[in-house]
Structures are given as structure tokens and as C-alpha cells.
Ligand binder design. Structure first.
Ligand code: B12
Ligand code: SF4
Length: 491
């Protein structure tokens, strides 16, 4: 079968268009899902193409350039409607020109690029009503009833896609009955959900065909994605990954093959004097099972990653007593992201982070002693629905202390309410009146949304916190401590 896989960038892309800024695909990472699924389909003999967003030609509607923000740098409702008009009016020219020759088109989406993927699906279905459209990824998995009820999507693949997509293709070819394909939802006299598909175990994951990295367009990206494990053993309440309480690591041998493949495709990267090429380990929690992680890192040291640098996500608790941080220091590591996400023990307990403040401080001291502080990046979240002013300011102060005293960089992000997270499931308990259709538009970045979500804050308090965030940012930028953190874009 002839299959096209595609997706799009998140709403930040459209902001750049409006601001008239040059878009640099180098700021994004190729979406591994597209290339992993292409690898699997190709091995089964299908004729698969990836239309990467980096090579999509688009036509934009005329829109006004000026976007107003509130004093707190979030967009006003008026600006949001202008951005929505741009997103809705954009035509995906390459996609529409190419899609006619395929037997099926697959889209990948998370909750942040869904706004654009949705428009692509509508346009494809308008032009080719009989084209089977399959959708997968974190957003479709969590918002599937909403999507299937309203949008012209034929199939949603829930969760892990490799085996399910192969079987779905066989079903569309008429070789097996649709009802036997585990892990799909679709419309047939109402919405049907076939049985769940069990997750692949470590052997199955290790035996997957390599992703079709060779299909990544040349000269467009600065990052290459590398997956060494899936899932997480934890259940932080804000987090909307697909596999909570389930972690599976690929074997060091399978890892070695993937790493060699990355090394062979460095010439696919763009070059940029200011930013080095990066291997982005996309695992939710790369450091789970420190013994495996250590042997994976040792392999990486032996094999090398050419002129690239490395970015991984790890858990604070895994870094404290293991050699992981030391090994990362011996590699050309650019960032080890280890999220804390709250600024007090009570805050950590409420989000079920399963670490304590003393762990954070232990890691900070270890990083200082081992001179790895400059590589550590600690994301925090402020403005949970239950957060009051004092809690938010404690978090900002902690970030400040970790930066100024220990040299770590921190990201201070506003809380994002995401489908699939425990807080989303319990949103009614916090009087959060949001439904899945919220993600069909761009409202996530509006001040009004912040006001509705961070409901524990009074108006002047919210603005004072935003000022404190700006102050933190200016300290980082002027001192360069922690490598000079980028503007978080979310405020
Ligand atoms: C790498 C990464 C990034 C990178 C690169 C993103 C990219 N271009 O891929 C960067 C740093 C840019 C990033 C940014 C953000 N990210 Co991010 N990111 C990830 C991460 C860690 C890995 C994604 C990945 O490649 N996974 C590996 C692939 C193989 O898995 P997959 O995409 O899930 O695909 C499988 C299935 O979903 C399915 N599937 C997927 N697509 C399709 C399509 C079809 C047709 C089919 C059949 C199946 C299918 O099959 C695949 C194979 O099994 C995920 C967490 C995670 N592990 O998934 C978070 C995650 C996607 N990010 C998240 C968030 C919140 C963000 C940010 C908003 C963070 C912030 N505060 O700014 C931003 C903006 C999002 C954006 N730009 O889209 C959330 C999204 C939640 C949601 N409901 O959408 C996640 C799930 C993390 C979390 N803890 O909640 N992110
Ligand atoms: S935030 Fe990190 S540790 Fe917590 S559940 Fe999500 S992936 Fe796991």
C-alpha cells in the first residue's frame, strides 16, 4: 500500500509567521513517530513517504501583523482570534498536491500541534473525501471521542502505533477484519473502540526496525531524535505521556544499532555556527533503571556521537546515587533536563512528584562539586490551580537560588492543562471548565486562559509573579549563569 505520513509544528510556528520572523526548522526536532512508523511500514514492503513539516509549502491568508499582549506578555483574546484566523486560513499546498496519489494518509499529533494538524485533515478530506485518514499520537489517544465525533477522521490509533498501524493497513487492504485490529477506534454506526493492544515488551521494542532516519529532509534540522526507552514508572499529576507506570528500555545492543544509524546520518543536519547539532534522546525518563542507563551511556562513550552534542531527560532521584551524571559529564552533553515542577515539599506531594526538596538540594550540591551544574536544566511549573501567591513565589525563589548559588539553569513554565493528565481527569474538582475543543484553537497562550487555570491567584498577584519571572530571566541573561536560558515563550 502507498502511505503518506505527516504532521505539523506547534502554534509557535504561526506566531513566527505573524511576527514576520524567519522560521528556522533548526529550532525543532524531526518528529520521531513519523520516521519510526515509516521504518516499520517500509520493512513490511509498503511504499511509505514522510511529508515533513520542514518541506511543506504553505499559503497564508492576509492578516494584520500586530498582536497585542497584556502587561504580562500573554496574548489578548483579540490577538488569539487573529492567530486562529491565520491557522484556519493556511493552505497546506504540498500536502494537497501530493496526497492524491496515496492509498492512506496518517497524521501524528500532540495537543500543541493539533491546532494545525486538524486543519490539514479537514483540507485533505475536503479535497479527497474517500482518502482513508488515520490519526495517532498523544492528543488523538486522549481526545479520541471528541475527534471521532466531530472531525473527518476514519481511524484513531491509540497509544503505541507500530504494530497497530501495520494491522490497520492490512484491514484497509481487506486482508483481515477491522474488528480484529487491537488498539484502534473508528466510526461505524457510532464510535467503536476495539480492544486495547498490550504494550510491546522490551524485546519487541528492541527488535523494532530502525526508524527511517534517511527520510529526514537534508539541511533542515539541527537535532536528530533517538529513542532508548518508553514510558515512566511515575504518575506526576500534570503529565500527559502515553505510558505512565510502565517503562521499557531497549537493550544496549539495540541502542548501539540506533546510535550508529544516527552517526551515519549527521550529514542530514543543517549547519549553524551558533548551535551545534544535537542528539535528542526523546525518552520520557532516560535515567530509569540506572544500571541500564549507565551501560547505554558507556556504549555511547565507546561509539561516540561525532561532532554532535547530547540532550537527555532524567529524574533527579536517579542522578543522586548513580554514576549517570559523571558519565554524562564525560560525553559532549549539552543539557540534562531534570524536572522538579514545584517549589516546596507540599507542592511536590500535591503533584505526586515522588521527590523531596532535600533531593533537589543534594543534586545541586553534587552538580556543583562535579562541575556539571552548567549542563543541568531544571524545569519548574507555577500556577497550578491550587497554587497561591506564596507557593508561586517560593518556586521562583528556588529557581533563583539554584541558579545564582549553584549555577544550574531553570525553566519557569506556567501550568498547562493537558488532556491525559490526572489534573485534566479531575479538572471539575478545581472548577476548570475546559473541554477537548479547547485544543482545536490557539487559546492556550491567552491571558484569559491563565486567569481561568491559575485560579488560586488574584489579579495583581498574577502580574507580580510575571514580573518576578521576568526578573529571573534577566538575571540569567545578563549573568549567563546556567548557559543563559531561552525565553520560555509561554508568557
Ligand atoms: C521530544 C519531545 C519534545 C521535543 C521535540 C518535539 C518533537 N518535534 O517531536 C520538544 C523539546 C521540541 C518538545 C516541546 C514541547 N513538548 Co514535548 N515531548 C517530547 C517527548 C519527550 C518525546 C516525543 C517523541 O518523539 N516520542 C517518541 C515517539 C516514537 O513516540 P510518539 O510520538 O508518542 O509516537 C508513538 C505513538 O504516539 C504513535 N503515533 C504517533 N503519531 C502517530 C501517527 C500515526 C498515523 C499513528 C498510526 C501512530 C502514531 O505511534 C508512535 C510509535 O509508537 C514527549 C514525551 C514522549 N515520550 O512521547 C513530550 C511531549 C510530547 N511534549 C509535551 C509538551 C507539553 C511539550 C511542550 C508544550 C513543553 C513546553 N512546556 O513548552 C513543548 C511544545 C510541544 C510541541 N512543540 O509540539 C507533552 C505533550 C502532551 C500532550 N497532551 O500533547 C509530552 C507528551 C510530554 C509530557 N510530559 O506530557 N517536546
Ligand atoms: S513528569 Fe516525568 S517523572 Fe513525572 S510522570 Fe511525567 S515523565 Fe514521569
Amino acid at each position: 500500500m502507498k502511505i503518506l505520513l505527516t504532521s505539523f509544528y506547534d502554534s509557535k510556528f504561526f506566531l513566527k509567521v505573524i511576527r514576520g520572523e524567519r522560521f528556522r526548522a533548526g529550532e525543532y526536532c524531526p518528529q520521531l513517530a513519523l520516521y519510526q512508523l515509516a521504518g516499520v511500514l517500509r520493512e513490511e514492503g509498503h511504499d511509505v513517504s514522510v511529508l515533513d513539516p520542514a518541506v511543506q509549502e504553505l499559503s497564508f491568508p492576509e492578516i494584520r501583523q500586530d498582536l497585542e499582549k497584556t502587561e504580562g506578555r500573554f496574548y489578548t483574546e483579540e490577538s488569539i482570534s487573529r492567530i486562529n484566523a491565520l491557522v484556519e486560513g493556511t493552505r497546506y499546498v504540498t500536502l494537497l498536491n501530493r496526497v492524491g496519489g496515496f492509498d492512506m494518509v496518517g497524521f501524528s499529533a500532540n495537543s500543541f500541534n493539533w491546532v494545525a494538524v486538524l486543519q490539514q485533515i479537514r483540507q485533505v478530506k475536503e479535497a479527497f473525501p474517500d482518502m482513508p485518514v488515520v490519526l495517532g499520537g498523544v492528543h488523538p489517544t486522549f481526545a479520541l471521542n471528541h475527534l471521532l465525533a466531530r472531525e473527518p477522521v476514519d481511524f484513531v490509533v491509540r497509544g503505541e502505533g507500530e504494530k497497530t498501524l501495520l494491522e490497520l493497513v492490512r484491514a484497509v487492504e481487506g486482508k483481515i477484519p477491522l474488528v480484529s485490529v487491537r488498539g484502534i477506534s473508528y466510526r461505524k454506526n457510532g464510535i467503536r473502540h476495539n480492544e486495547d493492544r498490550p504494550l510491546m515488551d522490551e524485546n519487541a521494542l528492541s527488535a523494532l526496525p530502525l526508524p527511517a532516519i534517511d527520510l529526514i529532509p537534508k539541511g533542515k534540522y539541527l537535532w536528530l531524535p533517538l529513542e532508548t526507552s518508553r514510558g515512566c514508572l511515575h504518575t506526576c499529576r500534570f503529565c500527559s505521556i502515553l505510558y505512565h507506570n510502565k517503562w521499557r528500555g531497549i537493550s544496549p545492543d539495540a541502542f548501539q544499532k540506533r546510535l550508529i544509524q544516527i552517526n551515519e546520518h549527521v550529514d542530514h543536519l543543517a549547519t549553524d555556527e551558533l548551535m551545534p547539532g544535537l542528539v535528542y534522546v526523546v525518552d520520557d525518563t532516560f535515567s530509569t533503571h540506572p544500571v541500564r542507563c549507565t551501560s547505554v551511556l558507556r556504549r555511547m562513550k565507546e561509539i561516540g556521537i561525532r561532532e554532535l552534542s547530547l540532550r537527555v531527560e532524567a529524574r533527579i532521584a536517579d542522578l543522586i546515587d548513580s554514576p549517570i551524571l559523571d558519565l554524562l559529564a564525560e560525553l559532549p552533553t549539552q543539557i540534562v533536563q531534570a524536572s522538579v515542577d514545584a517549589g516546596s515539599d507540599e507542592g511536590l506531594r500535591r503533584i505526586r512528584k515522588k521527590i523531596r526538596m532535600r533531593d533537589v538540594m543534594t543534586l545541586a550540591r553534587k552538580a556543583e562539586k562535579t562541575e556539571t551544574a552548567g549542563k543541568l536544566n531544571i524545569p519548574f511549573i507555577i500556577g497550578y490551580p491550587w497554587d497561591g501567591y506564596d507557593e508561586c513565589m517560593r518556586t521562583v525563589q528556588l529557581a533563583y537560588e539554584l541558579t545564582v548559588r549553584y549555577g544550574l539553569s531553570c525553566n519557569l513554565n506556567w501550568f498547562l492543562l493537558m488532556p491525559g493528565s490526572d489534573i485534566w481527569e479531575h479538572r471539575a474538582d478545581y472548577a476548570l471548565d475546559f473541554q477537548e475543543d479547547f485544543f482545536d484553537g490557539f487559546g492556550i497562550r491567552s491571558y484569559e486562559t491563565l486567569r481561568r487555570v491559575s485560579r488560586g491567584l488574584k489579579e495583581p498577584e498574577r502580574l507580580r509573579i510575571i514580573k518576578a519571572l521576568e526578573f529571573y530571566q534577566s538575571v540569567i541573561l545578563t549573568t549567563g549563569i546556567g548557559g543563559g536560558i531561552k525565553d520560555s515563550e509561554l508568557y
